[in-house]
Design a protein around this ligand. Structure first.
Ligand SMILES: Cc1cc2nc3c(=O)[nH]c(=O)nc-3n(C[C@H](O)[C@H](O)[C@H](O)COP(=O)(O)O)c2cc1C
Length: 208
C-alpha cells in the first residue's frame, strides 16, 4: 500500500507558508489514495540531538558488534530511517533560514545520513541506498532567489537538498518554491499570495 512521509520543519506553524503548502499536498494526495498511509514527522516537535563522537562511533560499528549503549544512541536515527524506508513518497516542507535549511532539518538529515543504511562506499564510490523513492520539496523563502536574479547564489536550500538527497539515492525530486513570502509581512493578502502556489502543489500531488 502507498505510504507518504510528510516532513515539516517550520517553527511558525499556522503562519508558515511551507506547512500550509505541504498540508495541501498531503490533503490532495490522501484524496487520491484514500486507503494509503501518511506518516507525519514534525521536526519542530521532535527532539533531535546533534551528532556526537559517540554517535558517529556507534554508526560506524558493525550492527552485530554494537554495545547496548551504542544501540541506544542510534534509536532515534533507526526510527527516522524506518519511516524513510517504509514510505515510497516524501513531501518535505523547508523554509529558508539564513540562506540555508532550518537547523532542525539539518539535524534530521544528520540523523538519516547513515553509512550502510542510506549510503555506502562499498566499491570505493558513494552509492545512495534510498532508491525508488519520489520526493517533493516545498520551499518558502522571504526573498526571491530565482536563477536569473542577483540573489540566486545566496540560495543554499534547493542546491543543498538536491545534492544531499541525490547522494542518498533520491533522484526523483521536485522542488516547488514559494518565493517572496516577506510580502505577507507588508500587507500582501495571504490568500491571493498562496493561491498560485496551492494550485501548483495540488497539481503536482495529482501528477499533473
Ligand atoms: C530565522 C529565520 C531566518 C530567515 N532567513 C531568511 C533568509 O536568509 N532569506 C530569506 O529570503 N528569508 C529568510 N527568512 C524568511 C523565511 O524564509 C520566510 O518567512 C519563509 O516564509 C519561511 O517559511 P515558513 O513560512 O514555512 O516558515 C527567515 C525567517 C526566519 C524565521
Amino acid at each position: 500500500m502507498a505510504t507518504l512521509l510528510h516532513i515539516d520543519s517550520s517553527p511558525l506553524y499556522e503562519r508558515s507558508v511551507s506547512r500550509q503548502l505541504s498540508g495541501a499536498f498531503v490533503d490532495r494526495w490522501k484524496s487520491l489514495h484514500p486507503a494509503a498511509t501518511v506518516i507525519d514527522r514534525d521536526l519542530n516537535a521532535t527532539s533531535l540531538p546533534p551528532v556526537s563522537a559517540e554517535w558517529v562511533g556507534a554508526a560506524y560499528t558493525p550492527e552485530e558488534a554494537r554495545t547496548p549503549k551504542q544501540k541506544n544512541l542510534l534509536t532515534l536515527s533507526d526510527t527516522l530511517l524506518a519511516e524513510l524506508a517504509r514510505a515510497d513518497e516524501y513531501v518535505i516542507g523547508a523554509p529558508m533560514h539564513n540562506f540555508g535549511v532550518p537547523s532542525v532539518l539539518k539535524l534530521w538529515i544528520d540523523q538519516i545520513s547513515r553509512v550502510g543504511k542510506t549510503f555506502s562506499y562499498a566499491d570505493g564510490a558513494p552509492k545512495g541506498l534510498l532508491v525508488g523513492k519520489k520526493a517533493t520539496f516545498i520551499i518558502a523563502t522571504g526573498g526571491i532567489y530565482d536563477p536569473q536574479t542577483q540573489m540566486a547564489s545566496f540560495n543554499f536550500v534547493e542546491p543543498y537538498l538536491r545534492s544531499v538527497f541525490g547522494f542518498l539515492g533520491v533522484t526523483d525530486a521536485t522542488f516547488l518554491t514559494a518565493g517572496g513570502t516577506a510580502a505577507l509581512n507588508y500587507g500582501q493578502d495571504r490568500a491571493a499570495f498562496l493561491a498560485p502556489h496551492l494550485e501548483t502543489v495540488r497539481s503536482h500531488a495529482q501528477g499533473i
